[in-house]
Design a protein around this ligand. Structure first.
Ligand SMILES: [Zn+2]
Length: 246
């Protein structure tokens, strides 16, 4: 089962109020990713340990009382394992890696957790700076993100795949965070040149979402969305969100 704190739409709208403690998240599994209260860095949950990769590029051990406004967590179980090497099919960039993984999935209509232990000749990761209220939408907050380039690095990718038809509730497609083998560098993955890897895939068909409660103003999806219902296109126009706390 995949447990998710809040929704991607709420995060995109600027709901960065941490509501779920890390202790509560750990009750749902030992593997995950997300962010922290006030969008203060990237989260990696690996083997039951929470890591916070802040916009200064450093990795901090996160304590159980800290809170998250958005996270995906599961008890990782290996359903399928693959070995990939540069010698067999060449290096994979981020697009290539996603295509490679797509080909391993029996269907793109369910969830997957993916753990990749590998060796990269290049890695580009990011982490957003801690935000202050009133919180801007995610697209604005990420304009000030820190981007780090790492070379010849080994470590673990913590990833999730969510179906396109659940975009808004979940982050559609692939979403990876990285932690290096020394637990000293990492972040949200933007680009990679992967040379060798062991890939473990966990299939999930059940989703549990705990909705955000602290933002009392209506949250709206911060992009123009078109939905076709019985052949009729409905347009949802963007609205600037009034994010307020009670
Ligand atoms: Zn991320």
């Amino acid at each position: 089962m995949l447990f998710q704190a809040s929704t991607y739409s709420a995060l995109q709208a600027g709901d960065y109020n941490g509501e779920t403690t890390l202790k509560e998240l750990r009750a749902h599994g030992d593997f995950g990713l997300g962010t922290f209260d006030a969008l203060d860095g990237e989260m990696v949950l690996l083997n039951g340990t929470f890591y916070q990769i802040k916009s200064d590029g450093n990795v901090y051990l996160a304590n159980d009382s800290m809170k998250s406004p958005f996270a995906d967590v599961t008890s990782f179980e290996v359903d399928k394992q693959l070995a990939f090497s540069e010698a067999s099919i060449g290096t994979l960039n981020y697009t290539g890696l996603q295509h490679y993984l797509d080909q391993q999935l029996p269907t793109t209509n369910i969830f997957y957790a993916v753990k990749i232990t590998g060796e990269c000749s290049y890695l580009e990761v990011r982490s957003p700076p801690k935000q202050v209220m009133p919180y801007p939408p995610l697209s604005d907050a990420l304009k000030n993100q820190s981007v780090f380039e790492l070379h010849n690095v080994t470590g673990t990718f913590v990833g999730f795949f969510s179906p396109q038809y659940l975009s808004g509730i979940c982050v559609p497609g692939w979403h990876f965070h990285f932690l290096n083998a020394n637990d000293t560098r990492g972040g949200h993955v933007l680009e990679v040149t992967l040379r060798r890897a062991t890939i473990q895939i966990d299939e999930m068909t059940t989703l549990s979402v705990e909705l955000s409660q602290t933002v009392t103003a209506p949250l709206t999806y911060p992009v123009v969305t078109t939905v076709a219902v019985n052949g009729i296109s409905l347009f949802f126009l963007p609205a600037r969100n009034q994010v307020a706390t009670s």
